[in-house]
Design a protein around this ligand. Structure first.
Ligand SMILES: [Zn+2]
Length: 310
């Protein structure tokens, strides 16, 4: 082989090898606070973005505290998306520490929030604040998507047409899923109550006309005491409760204990603040469909189906 041929070959090989890295570097680096937002960013951003979530699937936003690694992750970002409404009580400090100067999207901007009198993700546990879990209503999730779309256009105007087309397609999928869920849960008797681990389903209950109880004491961080369990059993007996549910980021022991004490079935797992690592609930739309299906199966005929807890 002549030297020029070797050079040509070597240059060609180097180009082939370098290409994927170069393309990856050109993608818009988006950091989101939790997994549901990262899935929305993937849907709107498509091939132009790489989304990284600080809080991963099946992980609890309540007990989260940022690490030095998160500061480094933020320093490589060109777009940061977080929920707002004080869901991420740690966000301001993290942004300050990292010195992040890029585009910032508050996904709930423009949403009319429900007021919340239960748990609060912020440090001060104030009552009467806005409920941050607005993604649990797919109509409000439309606002998340348009805010993310506008943030991507601001950070990467070159691909505006793609972001608009992707967002329109995704909004159509949200509308379809919302209509299906509405129909599926329409038949659930109005006085049926569902007990979950923490108060994350206010928007879901409001949108699909269900009643959720998240009794005080069933927090995600701690297991309730025996006295608390006894009070919870009284609460459950005083209500028309049909079923108990696990939550993917909640300690299962409290719900299992309540099931034993009340004889109520545990009818499955609901996803509130985090996607599943795999399976049907590993996307936002899949998670909403999964929750509706599990609730429908347990409640539709007023007769809960027993499912052995895992
Ligand atoms: Zn929560």
């Amino acid at each position: 082989m002549r030297l020029s041929a070797v050079l040509r070959w070597a240059t060609g090989a180097a180009l082939v090898l370098a290409l994927p890295t170069a393309m990856a570097a050109e993608r818009v680096q988006v950091v989101t606070s939790f997994s549901i937002l990262a899935d929305m960013v993937d849907n709107v951003g498509g091939e132009h973005v790489e989304a990284t979530s600080l809080i991963g699937p099946d992980s609890d936003a309540h007990s989260y505290s940022p690490s030095p690694g998160d500061v480094r992750t933020l320093s490589h970002a060109t777009l940061v998306v977080f929920n707002g409404l004080r869901f991420e009580g740690w966000m301001d400090r993290l942004l300050g520490t990292s010195g992040y100067q890029g585009t910032l999207v508050t996904a709930t901007d423009g949403i009319t929030p429900l007021m919340h009198d239960g748990h609060d993700h912020a440090d001060d546990h104030a009552q009467g604040t806005a409920d941050p879990h607005a993604w649990q209503d797919m109509a409000r999730a439309r606002t998340y998507v348009t805010n993310i779309r506008d943030g991507l256009i601001e950070a990467d105007a070159e691909h505006e047409a793609d972001y608009r087309a992707n967002a329109d397609r995704y909004l159509g999928q949200l509308d379809d899923a919302d209509a299906e869920i509405r129909q599926q849960l329409g038949g659930v008797p109005a006085d049926t109550a569902v007990i979950t681990g923490h108060e994350s389903f206010g928007y879901f209950a409001d949108a699909y006309e269900l009643r959720f109880l998240a009794p005080e004491g069933l927090s995600t961080a701690t297991d309730p005491s025996a006295a608390r369990i006894a009070r919870l059993v009284d609460t459950i007996r005083g209500q028309h409760v049909q079923a108990l549910f696990h939550e993917n980021m909640t300690s299962p022991s409290a719900i299992i204990q309540l099931a034993e004490e009340t004889g109520l079935p545990i009818a499955g797992t609901l996803y509130a603040d985090a996607l599943a690592s795999e399976g049907e609930a590993s996307s936002y739309i899949g998670m909403m469909r999964h929750n509706a299906k599990v609730l429908h199966q347990a409640l539709a005929d007023g007769q809960a189906t027993a499912v052995t807890p895992d």
